[in-house]
Structures are given as C-alpha cells and as structure tokens.
Design a protein around this ligand. Structure first.
Ligand code: ADP
Length: 274
C-alpha cells in the first residue's frame, strides 16, 4: 500500500471529520447499556433496576451501575445497606437478587448530599468503570444521572457504550429535554437503542384509559428523530410501592402485567446483542 497516500488522506480526514474518542470496554462486561433521561423523575432508575432484573430472569449475568452521582437510587431500590469490600485495588460489587450492584450511595451516608465539582464526578466515573471487579457480565446496565452533564460526557468519550435507552414521560416539558439528550448522544456517536414512554397512561377502576401526561408524545419524538420507539409502560402504583419496599416489581411480582412489559423489553434487548 502507498503509505504516503494514506497519510495524506488521513490528514485531510482529521481536519474535516469530528473528533473520535478512544473508548475502552469496561473489564468484565460484554455489553454496556446506559439508561438515560434528560429530565429527572421520569422513572429512569425504576426502569434501570427492573430491566436489569428482567435480563437476569433470562439467565443472563447482569450488573447494575448507579452512575447517578448526585442522586443515587440503588441503595433504596434494592434495599442495600452494606458497603462494598475492597481488595486494596478494586471494589467488589454487592450482589443482590443475583445482580452485581455498585453505587456511590454504597460509599456515602444516605443523608449526605453529594456536593461534587466536575473533576470529582469524572474521577468517580473512572473508579466505577475501571476499579470495580465486574465479573463475567453479559450486560452492565448503567443508570445515568438526568441531563446532559459530566457523567454522560465522560461515559460517551471514554467508555465503549453499546447503546443508550432514553426514558421519558409523554409530557411536553420532559420531551423538550429528551430532544436535547438525543442530539447529545447523536453528536457523541453513541447508539440510541430507542425511546421508552414511561407512565404513558393510567387505567382507572372504571377500566378507562387516562392519558395523564398527554398522549403519543414520546413515539412522535422517536419518529421525528428517526429512532426506535421501544414501547410504553403505564402508571401503576404497584411499581412505586415495590420500589419503595426495596424489591422492584419484576423481582417481587414477576407475574404482574407491568413485569411482563419489562420482560418483553428485556427479550428485545437480548435479541439485539445475543
Ligand atoms: P428518575 O430515575 O427518572 O428520577 P425514578 O425511577 O426515581 O425516576 O421514578 C420517579 C418516581 O416515579 C418514583 O416514585 C417511581 O416509583 C415512580 N414511577 C416510575 N415509573 C412508574 C410507573 N410506571 N408507574 C408508577 N410509578 C412509577
């Protein structure tokens, strides 16, 4: 091959193409999937924990990394009160419901607010991705903080992420932020697996469907940005209740209609990768 020619075209390329990043696979994992929402309170952590449990139910090895540095949910959602052990070099994930779990919430007092600046967040993400003994995982599910900040950027630039699932409610105010989130991941060239419409509607005792946050907005946004629409999860008080009890619905009530929805989504995710 003519090396000179290759060199020349490479230089031209470097000037015209956006910067690409050197991304590393997290040791001990096959596939890393981030669960993201541009807005807080739309059910991202609930989805992350239930989808991890649903994948586990399919006999896969699953890890759950709570990367929501400022508002960790995993200690509460999985009722974990212990601290991870360290071998002096690396932290051992805490195993609960057959899932390897890690959260900044395991390391800090529940009442202590995380008042961290950007560089500290980046260093925490590096610890979680380089210094945790994830073992033989088929999937590592990463619960991202809301928004488009340091955590997303650090992951997108340094970690080989295999896909992102974006969670939203159908409310206009949430969708506005979702669009920002989609643009960010597109710009960073992270594959968006699709969008989930969480708390899409409520079925009343009268059997009628109530679109509390509006209807069809997430699907419409997916179409607008040419992304897959994975599906919807209705509002069900049982979802919140089981989460608060520290045993998400897929674990505590696997035959519940909502659990079946999570299992269906897990099948879909599995079929994309395995
Ligand atoms: P986020 O991680 O986006 O901040 P959470 O997962 O903490 O959001 O969920 C916010 C609240 O909504 C929690 O109280 C949770 O139990 C509740 N929730 C999430 N999804 C559902 C659902 N499908 N039905 C009922 N409540 C839900």
């Amino acid at each position: 091959m003519d090396n000179k020619k290759v060199g020349l075209s490479d230089t031209t390329k470097a000037k015209t193409e956006p910067k690409t990043f050197k991304r590393n696979r997290i040791i001990g994992t096959k596939f890393t999937i981030a669960i993201s929402s541009a807005k807080g309170g739309v059910g991202k952590s609930t989805f992350a924990s239930n989808i991890a449990l649903a994948l586990k139910k399919m006999d896969l090895n699953v890890g759950l990394l709570d990367a929501d540095i400022y508002g960790p949910s995993l200690p509460k959602l999985f009722s974990i009160n212990e601290k991870p052990e360290s071998d002096g070099q690396k932290l051992k994930p805490i195993s609960k419901y057959g899932i390897q779990c890690m959260s900044v919430g395991f390391l800090a007092d529940e009442q202590t607010p995380m008042i961290w600046r950007g560089p500290m967040v980046i260093s925490a993400i590096k610890t979680f991705t380089q210094k945790v003994l994830w073992e033989n995982l088929d999937f590592l599910i990463v619960d991202m903080p809301p928004g488009t900040g340091d955590t997303q950027l650090t992951f997108a630039q340094e970690i080989n992420m295999d896909g992102v699932i974006i969670i939203s409610t159908p409310q206009e105010i949430a969708l506005q932020d979702v669009k920002r989130g989609i643009r960010m991941f597109d710009k960073l060239k992270v594959k968006i697996l699709g969008l989930i419409d969480n708390m899409s509607h409520f079925i009343g005792d009268d059997g009628k469907k109530y679109a509390i946050f509006g209807e069809g907005g997430v699907k419409k946004t997916a179409e607008e940005f040419k992304k897959d629409f994975i599906g919807e999860i209705p509002i069900d008080p049982e979802v919140g209740k089981q989460g608060d009890l520290g045993s998400p619905i897929v674990e505590s009530k696997p035959d519940h209609e909502i659990s079946k929805v999570y299992l269906k989504f897990a099948e879909k995710i599995k079929s994309i990768y395995l």
